[in-house]
Design a protein around this ligand. Structure first.
Ligand code: PMT
Length: 236
């Protein structure tokens, strides 16, 4: 029988990649397709949750399932929408790939190519860390809210991926961190983006052993939701 471990729970999930405009026609973006985030939204809904999906740029169609979907473009828009929705949520899952930097300003009109002018220089400024901010807001309210982060590490980081991920879990302060196991089986970082399958380790702030999950992004989503259900049960 289907377990409905999230009945009556409000779950907010972010998906896709933020786009940071340079001018009215150009942007800086990333390769997130939204597949993993959408799979999570459907898995949470199947577990009985009321789901709000906050979707940045997607490479795939939104499911027709009766999800509440809010579309955003930039990291700042994603932050505003997620903070508002999170204020009344039991669970927040940050599966979106948020741009760490944005152009310091967007030109009001298309940047022109002129032979007589110097090549343009783009200055980037830091975007807020939305996940860390959600944790601070939750803690300030003293709310019993479960916050789940994702991590996609690039191959150039030194040392053990697990050590690095544990440090990130500590730094971000979330309850669970789902670490994409990139760099295994000759997989490059770009391999997880847009793919149909994923291989993850689910790390827990309480120090319990990491839980591996792999297979389709739907299977990984079910494993993450199962872990969330176990944690929520422990709240009560
Ligand atoms: O969309 P798909 O093609 O299916 O690919 C799925 C995925 C690889 C995009 C997804 O599984 C994933 O790992 N998403 C997070 C990727 C990422 O941005 O990792 P990060 O290490 O940069 O960020 C860590 C966490 O902080 C993430 O939960 C991220 O949402 C959050 N973050 C990051 C930067 C920022 N400024 N604010 C944030 O909240």
């Amino acid at each position: 029988a289907e377990s409905l471990g999230l009945s009556g729970k409000r779950v907010v999930i972010t998906a896709g990649g933020t786009l940071e405009p340079l001018d009215p026609v150009r942007y800086l973006g990333n390769r997130s397709s939204g597949k993993q985030g959408i799979a999570l939204a459907l898995a949470a809904q199947q577990a009985g949750a009321t789901v709000t999906l906050i979707a940045a740029h997607l490479e795939v169609a939104l499911p027709s399932a009766a999800l509440t979907v809010q579309r955003v473009e930039t990291a700042l828009e994603l932050q505003a929408a997620t903070e508002l929705a999170a204020d009344t949520a039991d669970v927040v899952i940050m599966a979106a790939a948020v741009a760490d930097f944005r152009p310091d300003h967007a030109e009001g009109s298309k940047i022109k190519k002129r032979d007589d002018s110097a090549d343009p220089v783009i200055t980037l400024v830091r975007n807020p860390d939305i996940l860390a901010g959600l944790v601070s807001r939750r803690n300030a309210r003293g709310a019993r809210q479960l916050i789940v982060g994702f991590a996609a590490e690039t191959g150039d980081e030194r040392g053990d991926v697990l050590d690095y991920a544990l440090a990130k879990l500590e730094r971000k302060g979330c309850d669970l961190l789902v670490v994409n196991q990139v760099g295994q089986d000759g997989q490059g970082q770009e391999k997880v983006f847009g793919q149909d399958s994923n291989q993850v380790l689910i790390l827990d702030r309480d120090g319990s052993a990491p839980v591996p999950a792999e297979g389709s992004k739907q299977a990984v989503a079910r494993a993450v939701v199962e872990r969330i259900v176990n944690k929520i049960d422990a709240f009560q």
